[in-house]
Ligand binder design. Structure first.
Ligand code: NAP
Ligand code: F7E
Length: 379
């Protein structure tokens, strides 16, 4: 009986401790340490912010010459107080395995998020070897460090996989079981990363998860990606700073979500009892043409399209002037024509769903860029 009571009281303490951990205040001693490769990127900034809000100690790796999102990095550093260094920036490059190993060895994080990549699909055709070096081999360097340091049990690993793996799609919509057919050096490099992450999970029990994320955008999206290129062009048009938006394939279809919604699910994957791969998407897709029409509609401009393919152009129905024109230089040697994700597994297992609709995303991006351009004019 005594033994039974002892076990019951131990269990009660354990359960109350677990409850305390789950409901731990958002301030106080940090619960966990995260290491983010690619902290200066769109997702890196949002993820760092998200984890700091969860009271993590966040270590971000940036390349020494990176100027990307410098104001956001400063803002995150501003959250440090004298007593608490909860956001720390380290210099690094995924191509340097000594650097990667040293970072993991000295920080000894609980969670590693690999968001670092040469992430421009079109650029990857110009720098294929570099892209494979960073996006493929770079991931191996992280996994090998985790293994060599015998930290398979203590470190959980997130790999930024991508809908670009589906490329020339075998089925619509795409799930975790859809076969891959990448269409660019970027996609091929990410396929290597995807499989090496699965291989280290199966061979060495590394807790590694691939998040197969479909396109996600925000005001922090780099200006060379199509959504941001469009919201900036429409905003400049409104203020008379840009006449024509030169664009590539108008008919490509993407499943666009909001980056802030997507970083939450990266974290959720690493909180599960088993490491798995998940498709993350909204389940709705739009053409580049639709994105342009909606962005210009936001500033009160309707577009009428003329001609087709590489000669296509759009005019402002009020003024009759050309405001969009297709330029062959923005086309890719091989294109991913259409992607559409089915995130049912994430919905059922992680209880995750995107919160932001396509129209809300467009509004967030347009508002931000209109503000940015009007401020630039004031200066
Ligand atoms: P991003 O804005 O282009 O950020 C990429 C990050 O990687 C930057 O911090 C960049 O640092 C860093 N980086 C580049 N080369 C590096 C190297 N050699 N060593 C270390 N760091 C390096 O990309 P994102 O949109 O945030 O995407 C995050 C990750 O998700 C990427 O891996 C991307 O491929 C993947 N992904 C993105 C999407 C999407 O729609 N956004 C969808 C699926 C998957 P610098 O500041 O030095 O350039
Ligand atoms: O292109 C077409 C282009 O460069 C979207 C990365 O985050 O998401 C991103 O890759 C579509 C393509 O993104 C222009 O041909 C037309 O069909 O914005 P994007 P992406 O290639 O889909 C995936 C999931 C990732 O993993 C990547 O890291 O738009 N398009 N005209 C254009 N694209 C660009 N960039 N510029 C144009 O002028």
């Amino acid at each position: 009986m005594k033994v039974f009571l002892y076990i019951v009281s131990c269990l009660a303490i354990l359960v109350s401790n677990l409850h305390a951990i789950e409901n731990a205040p958002e301030t106080g001693t940090p619960l966990k340490k995260a290491l983010i490769f690619g902290v200066t990127g769109q997702d890196g900034i949002y993820l760092a912010e998200f984890l700091l809000d969860k009271n993590y100690e966040v270590h971000g790796v940036k390349r020494s010459d990176s100027k990307k999102n410098a104001n956001c990095i400063d803002m995150l550093l501003g959250r440090n107080s004298d007593e608490k260094q909860r956001f720390v920036v380290h210099y690094g490059d995924l191509r340097d395995k000594v650097n990667t190993n040293n970072l993991i060895c000295t920080i000894m994080p609980d969670e590693v998020y690999n968001l670092a990549a040469q992430s421009h699909v079109k650029d990857s055709f110009d720098v294929p070897a570099y892209t494979i070096d960073v996006n493929g081999l770079g991931v191996l360097h992280i996994l090998e460090s985790i293994r060599m340091l015998n930290t398979e049990k203590s470190i959980r690993f997130y790999q930024a996989s991508t809908s670009e793996l589906f490329g020339k799609v075998h089925e619509i919509p795409q799930t975790e079981l859809t076969p891959f057919y990448p269409r660019s050096p970027y996609g091929v490099a990410k396929l290597c990363a995807h499989w090496i992450s699965i291989n280290y999970r199966e061979a060495y029990n590394v807790f590694s998860c691939n998040g197969i994320l479909f396109n996600h955008e925000s005001p922090l999206r780099d200006e060379t990606f199509v959504t941001r290129k469009i919201t900036l062009a429409a905003s400049r048009y409104k203020y008379g700073l840009q006449d024509i938006l030169y664009i590539g394939n108008l008919n490509a279809k993407r499943d666009w979500g909001y980056a802030k919604d997507y970083v939450e699910v990266m974290w959720l994957m690493l909180q599960q009892s088993t490491p798995e791969d998940y498709v993350i998407a909204t389940g709705i897709n739009h053409t580049v043409r639709e994105f342009i029409e909606q962005a210009y509609k936001y500033i009160g401009v309707d577009i009428k399209w003329y001609e087709s393919d590489q000669n296509e152009y759009g005019i402002d129905t009020k003024t009759g002037k050309v405001i969009v024109a297709v330029k062959p230089e923005f086309f890719r040697p091989t294109e991913v024509d259409v992607v559409l994700g089915n995130a049912e597994k994430a919905r059922n297992s992680l209880k995750w769903m995107p919160k932001t609709s396509f129209n809300e995303l467009l509004q967030i991006m347009m508002e931000s860029d209109l503000k940015k351009i009007s401020k630039e004019i004031e200066r």
